[in-house]
Each structure stands twice: as structure tokens, then as C-alpha cells.
Ligand binder design. Sequence first.
Ligand code: IPE
Ligand code: IPE
Ligand code: MG
Length: 250
Amino acid sequence: MTYQEQIDKSRIPQHVAIIMDGNGRWAEQRGKERTEGHAKGVEVVKKIMENAVELGIKYLTLYTFSTENWNRPEDEIAALMDLLFNNIDEEVFIKNHVRLRVVGDLERIPARVLAKINHCIDNTREFDRSTMVIALSYSSRWEISRAARMLAEKAVNGELDPSAIDEKSVSDAMTTSFMPDPELLIRTGGEIRLSNFLLWQAAYTELYFCDTFWPDFNMEELCKAIYVYQQRERRYGKTGAQVAEENKNE
Ligand code: IPE
Ligand code: IPE
Ligand code: MG
């Protein structure tokens, strides 16, 4: 039986976040340029977006380019920006009724890329079947520092009582405030780390790591991650017995 057949369709996570890693190594193993791996990776993004919609995932957040990725060779960065520019395919979003959002330090993104993204965001903002969030020039420490700055400015202006700052106000100051925290975070490509992604939001997220390079990721791999997620017991600090009791009363 495939994982797609085995997953419980009534318990699909609402929000899945993915660290799409392994494009470069996928290409290098085949004697190709790293950018060819990125190009293949983009094709996979389009497929996974449609797969996620089909499964009923409401939010799909994709780590596309990190703040640290600005330290890569200039030609690789340029190739990545070109790929973005050429593959923000509004038609695919419209066809699937998917809304596009983006989180990250967009001031650093080339104007033509940003214009294309904003056009797509504007033309898809009414769709509510699913939301695809591109994390672009994003890092958690950038986001958390920005949130701290925003809250401090409000406090200085007298709009916010510092003693009233709680988890909700911090969450609301994050760039991701329009969506719930991810239930499941997937990282492809074999590394077991978060690389500055959703550190605040993933406080209680189930983490799933696989060796598959992103260009080889597919619907079945996504379903496997969901299957593993569905086998886990999410305890939130309680005991297994307490959780079992709560589930019985549901
Ligand atoms: C992920 O693949 C894509 C980006 C970070 C833009 P990598 O380019 O990091 O691939 P590896 O890790 O070198 O294989
Ligand atoms: C993380 O991948 C960022 C993205 C997938 C966009 P990296 O390949 O840049 O991560 P590190 O630096 O190896 O941890
Ligand atoms: Mg990598």
C-alpha cells in the first residue's frame, strides 16, 4: 500500500512548512551545474503545490531563499532570482484557487522579481482554497529582531504597555501572523537542522527529516511525512495518559 492510501484524510495538517534542501547536491551527483538542480527544484515546487491543495493542506510555507543564502556566489544568487522571476506562474495559482503570500526581507529582492511577486499576490488575494507562502530572504532571527523593534517602537510611542506584551503580541508581530503555526515541518536533503527557519513558530511543530534531495521529492514522499506525523502523539507537556483521556472525550 502506498503512503497516499494509508494517510488519514480527515487529519491532514493545516499548515506544512518545508525546507527544500538538496538541489545543489542532486545536480553535482549527476555532473550538472548546481543551477540545474535549482531548475529541477522549481518544477517540484509546482507539483507539490498542486499535491498539497489536493490533500487539503491549507497553508504551505516553502523556504525558498534564506538570509544566509545571500552569502552564496553571485552567479548562483542571480540564477536563483532569474528562476523565481520566470516561474511565478500566476495561471497555476488561479487554476488551483491558491493565494500567494511572501515573508522575508523583501527590500533586498531585485525590483523586477518583487514586482512579479506583488502582481501575483494582488491577483490571488481573494482565493481561500489554500495559501502558498514563499519564505524569501527570510530568517527567523531577522524576523524576531524586526518584531522586537516594532513592539519597542509602539511602547515608546505609548501605544503599547510593555507589561502587556505576551506570546500573542509577539506572534502578531511576526511576518507569519496571518496563519497558524505549522503542525509539520519537513526538511529534505539529509541535514538535521532548522537553518534559521520558523524558530518561534515551530516551538511545538512535529519535525520530519528525510534524505531525499528536493528535486526527487514527490507526492508519495509528502504523504510519507504526513503518515509519520499522524503516528506521533502530540503531548504539549502533558502525559500520554492525559492526552489519551482528552482524545476519548473528543
Ligand atoms: C536548497 O538547495 C535551495 C536553496 C538553498 C536555495 P541547496 O542549494 O542548498 O542544495 P545543497 O544543500 O547544496 O545540496
Ligand atoms: C536552507 O538551506 C535554506 C533553504 C532551503 C532556502 P541551506 O542549504 O542554505 O542551509 P544550510 O546553510 O546548509 O544550513
Ligand atoms: Mg543546502
